[in-house]
Design a protein around this ligand. Structure first.
Ligand code: NCD
Ligand code: ZN
Length: 358
């Protein structure tokens, strides 16, 4: 077997759900899926009710997750449209970063106005040098980028999906902005044609785009504009997806690494670059130090077809069902302990640590 070793793989954009959304997904199950997907750690988004917008909510979430998680995790604090900047000083130490939703999506966190965005970005900068992860598309992305440059703020652009966005971010990085860029596998592998084929199971924010957008994302990976691959694992039940107003979001924890190993096999990305995209860049951006004895081994010669019934994630469906990928996760070790052996998840709930406190 040709083995790829990833030192502490991190997925920096995951919705573990639980709390009031345990019908969508539970922390026990999603962190099992994370281990089977090859990850040491996942960074959890704050848009699950009650949204993680105060220090008290973060503490409540951290305690609940620490009891249930099988892999390590970090929590984002959410920027609240009601104005929670007064929490930032107290909450920054308990979070891996701030998440600011500047375009509408699942959940009700939404910072709509540019003066509100400015107030959040400057308050966070005063409180912490941790990144602000931003959901912003099109003209909103351009506005948030201008704000990041003006305020010299560390802004991490989530799930970038369009060719013109990649070009703007590329130029800004060349000009020395302190920004970083994330791309999801669904925006690399699926297009609007797939959205039509998949119906609600291809419904995601940002929407799936054209094949020229897809090509621009791959070019951004090749030239270093893109810093990280994130799954944006966003589980919703089949019943919700089949409803008249299906929610946005796709599961992806168990399919991200195999899809990126497929890219390796196809010569779209080098091994060295893959390790940066799946582990070391996110570690650097979010200041995460993998504990000793923490790594993933992947058999890059193993090929298989993704099927719904082999996935551990709560909703039990995947937009990639039926697709052939490469790369079997053979081993995940955390702190020297075997957490996944290629067949079974060996870490029980409570093994996982909140990285803010480790
Ligand atoms: C995410 C969700 O379901 O929480 N949905 C999505 O379409 N990506 C929210 C988000 O990241 O935008
Ligand atoms: Zn998301």
């Amino acid at each position: 077997m040709t083995s790829l070793r990833i030192p502490g793989a991190v997925d920096p954009h995951v919705h573990l759900r639980d709390l009031e959304w345990s019908h969508k997904a539970t922390v026990e199950r999603e962190t099992a899926a994370a281990l089977a997907g090859g990850y040491w750690a996942v960074l959890d988004m704050p848009n699950t009710p009650p949204p993680a917008t105060t220090r008290a909510r973060l503490d409540e979430r951290s305690a609940a997750f620490a009891a249930r998680a099988r892999c390590d995790f970090g929590l984002y604090l959410g920027a609240d449209q009601g104005g929670n900047q007064g929490e930032y000083g107290a909450a920054a130490g308990a979070a891996v970063g701030l998440k600011m939703y500047c375009d509408e999506t699942t959940g009700d966190l939404f910072i709509r106005e540019s003066d509100e965005r400015r107030a959040h970005v400057s308050a966070w900068k005063a409180a912490s040098d941790k990144p602000i992860a931003v959901h912003a598309e099109g003209a909103t992305l351009a506005a948030v980028l201008a704000l990041a440059v003006e305020l010299r703020s560390r802004v991490h652009f989530c799930h970038v999906s369009a060719a013109d966005e990649v070009e703007l971010l590329r130029q800004a990085k060349r000009d020395g902005a302190f920004i970083s860029v994330a791309v999801t596998p669904h925006h690399l592998y699926l297009t609007q044609d797939d959205a039509a084929r998949l119906g609600p199971y291809g419904r995601v924010k940002p929407l799936l785009k054209s094949s020229s957008d897809v090509a621009a994302l791959w070019a951004g990976i090749a030239d270093g504009t893109v810093d990280v691959i994130e799954s944006d694992h966003a589980p919703h039940t089949r019943a919700e997806k089949e409803s008249p107003a299906p929610p946005y979001g796709l599961p992806g924890l168990e399919t991200t690494i195999p899809l990126m190993v497929l890219a390796l096999r196809e010569g779209r990305v080098s091994e060295e670059r893959l390790v940066e995209l799946l582990a070391t860049n996110a570690q650097r951006l979010f200041r995460l130090q993998p504990p000793n004895g923490t790594y993933t081994l992947i058999d890059v010669d193993a090929s298989y077809v993704i099927t719904d019934d082999t996935l551990l994630t709560s909703p039990g469906w995947s937009p990639y069902s039926g697709m052939r990928v490469w790369g079997r996760v053979r081993e995940v070790r955390i702190r020297g302990q075997l957490a996944f052996d290629g067949e079974d998840v060996l870490c029980s709930p409570g093994c996982g640590t909140d990285l803010a406190w480790s």
